[in-house]
Design a protein around this ligand. Structure first.
Ligand code: UDP
Length: 253
């Protein structure tokens, strides 16, 4: 794996979508428990504002940049990403495609009640042969007995791959806190709203928006209530420029 790219303290892997999926398929095969997180700039900004989050986000074996803001920051900081954005929803789907002809089984955790089941159904239609070991919604108490019951259900299912779709940074925290209690899980992915996408309940932006780096804008049009969260984006962008200027000054360059 190439060296990590440090974006304001979050350590990213500069990999292509294919390499990310290859890494996860190998982990499923050789059994080295591997977590993948897919932070965007909103999450990096949250780390900057809440330092304790760094340890959680940087704990994953694979951290891929899911956002044009992170890619831009790489350029501003003089450490560009070779492969551009790697969308978590695509990592999950490509992994399903690759696992469809194997015996590895998948558990879907997250989303409103019924969404994970719908996602499993749609993915099974698209990738016949994929085996789902179980589903659970994401609206449970993340500590105590309810959480214990979810862990028990995942362990009992015999799944080796776990999609954790609770939104960020809740899913990263959940994986960080619970991974050692899930010995049978070889690959765990923190994938935000991906189950809403797979189930067909939330449509991804049209290609033109994705290609122009405006997927965030499309989401804002569809879900205007995200405006509060999205105010982190300009904060991150201008903060990164300022950070670069300051580090240039202090290094005398
Ligand atoms: N969610 C969940 N449990 C919760 C809160 C949220 O399962 O306690 C789900 C929610 O239903 C949605 C996903 O987490 O499917 C968050 O989606 P979003 O697009 O906001 O993801 P993010 O942008 O945070 O990665």
């Amino acid at each position: 794996m190439p060296e990590k790219i440090d974006i304001r303290g979050v350590k990213f892997d500069s990999v292509s979508l294919d390499t990310a999926v290859d890494t996860l398929v190998s982990a499923a095969e050789n059994g080295n428990q591997t977590a993948v997180f897919t932070p965007n700039s909103e999450i990096v900004q949250q780390c900057i504002e809440h330092n304790e989050l760094y340890e959680i986000i940087n704990s994953a074996e694979l951290v891929v940049p899911d956002g044009v803001g992170v890619i831009k920051a790489g350029r501003i900081l003089g450490t560009p990403f070779e492969h551009g954005k790697v969308a978590g929803i695509e990592v999950g789907e490509q992994l399903i495609a690759r696992l469809a002809d194997t015996d590895h089984t998948v558990y879907l955790l997250g989303g409103k009640p019924g969404i994970a089941e719908q996602a499993a159904e749609k993915l099974s239609e698209k990738y016949p042969g994929i085996k789902f070991a179980g589903c659970h919604d994401g609206y449970f108490n993340k500590t105590g007995e309810e959480n214990d019951a979810v862990i028990e259900a995942v362990n009992q299912s015999g799944a080796e791959i776990l999609f954790v779709c609770l939104g960020a940074p809740a899913q990263e925290k959940w994986i960080y806190e619970n991974r050692s209690r899930l010995p049978g899980i070889k690959v765990m992915l923190g994938l935000g709203g991906s189950l809403d996408g797979y189930s067909g309940n939330v449509k991804r932006a049209p290609k033109i928006f994705i290609n122009l780096g405006l997927e965030w804008f499309y989401r804002l049009l569809k879900e205007p209530k995200r405006i509060g969260r999205m105010m982190k984006l300009p904060k991150f962008y201008f903060g990164t420029r300022q950070y670069k200027r300051r580090s240039k000054k202090s290094s005398g360059k």
